[in-house]
Design a protein around this ligand. Sequence first.
Ligand SMILES: O=C(O)CCC(=O)C(=O)O
Length: 273
Amino acid sequence: MNRDDLRELRRAYRDDGAVHVAGLLDPAALDLAEAAFRWSLANPGPASSRPFDGIDGSFYQDLCNPEAPKNTEYQALLTGSPLAEVVSAIWDDPQIWFMYEQVFLKEGGESRRTPWHQDAPYLSVEGEQLAVVWITFDHVDAADSLEFVRGSHRSTLFNTSAFDAADETAPLYEGLPRLPDIEADRSNFDIISWAVEPGDVLIFHPAMLHGGAPTHTGGRRRTLTLRFFGRDAVYVERPGNGVAPMVEGLHESSVPGLPFRHDAFPDLARTGR
Ligand SMILES: O=C(O)CCC(=O)C(=O)O
């Protein structure tokens, strides 16, 4: 990547909150990512779920499997691909830790949208140096891709979606303001999305409002996301201590406002590069 491209990537990440990096993963790195994804499907963790059971198609997700960071497929991906390097280049800081993984599998008939939400309200961490890397193994058109509200990571922190099929804005917790009904009012939001080919990645800040299109009959979307934090990340208390990351002893050993650190999070600056 040349200096102008990197400068633009940093600007877009800071101002817009989401970027598309075309062709970041070569076939070998994509194979590593797919092996990690397959491991997750074969090894459901305690948080695996089908949030919209009863729909025509299938919608499966899993996140924060405590075994994933110890697993050789994930280790190979984290240390053998350019993902951590590109995220730390965007942050302009060599310090980077892996926080957790999440997988999505949508297939069969008409699956559901992933409701509009922010990840930040369910994470016990805050900072500029936070990133979600979204990798899909199937081509998606811009209309069927992950969508974002541009710049929303710098605006209101809403309650997150409880993924309630009857009302996608239904909150998960008490306290934070309820999500706006973006689907009912799309023209009032500055929505951005990209067509994505296998090998491309989307990188976004977890405070971004985002939602994912459904797949359609005969379609399939296999998506792996990896979440990273950097030096400026601090621990925050969230209602219910947050849904993620689920790391034993994290809350007991952390203090609000102090650096977010735990031995369970692989340090990629030291070990990977
Ligand atoms: O891929 C999707 O449909 C949703 C992705 C998402 O919500 C996330 O990665 O946080």
